[in-house]
Design a protein around this ligand. Structure first.
Ligand SMILES: [Zn+2]
Length: 147
């Protein structure tokens, strides 16, 4: 049941992510997702947009800023919102995890939100990394709510 629990995010946060994707184009943009698991769904309450600090080709992959990641982990330990996943854009691709994404998914249960910047508009999709094998992604419904 956990595997198909939807992810919910406000349209305002989606707009912020879209702006970050456009700013980074043609490179991938990225963010950490903060929120909490409620009975019905995984609620994304904040997005922490970071630089894409990958040492590889930023048009093909991403790496969130590790300094931001550590700061947010520390904040979560003292009552801040939990890091529940990661977002990134695919500037010219589809909103599905690439082979590179699968290979570097190490956090069990993380939400992977992906935005694809297609010529006819941006599409968004959510996936959950497996609890036993984080490289196994399962698509979950994405609810975009008025805030
Ligand atoms: Zn990707």
């Amino acid at each position: 049941m956990m595997a198909v629990a939807p992810v919910s995010i406000s349209k305002d946060l989606v707009t912020a992510l879209e702006r970050a994707a456009w700013r980074a184009h043609p490179n991938e943009a990225c963010a950490l997702l903060l929120g909490h698991q409620s009975a019905a769904c995984m609620e994304i309450s904040q997005v922490a947009i970071t630089e894409n600090v990958t040492q590889a080709d930023p048009q093909l992959t991403f790496e969130v800023d590790p300094t931001m990641h550590i700061l947010l982990q520390k904040a979560a330990r003292v009552g801040g919102p939990a890091i529940v996943g990661v977002w990134h854009s695919h500037p010219c691709g589809k909103a599905i995890p690439s082979e590179a994404d699968k290979a570097r998914s190490i956090e069990p249960g993380w939400i992977w939100l992906i935005s694809a910047d297609a010529p006819d508009g941006m599409t968004h999709a959510a996936f959950r990394a497996g609890e036993d094998d984080a490289r196994q992604f399962c698509q979950v419904p994405l609810l975009m709510n008025d805030s």
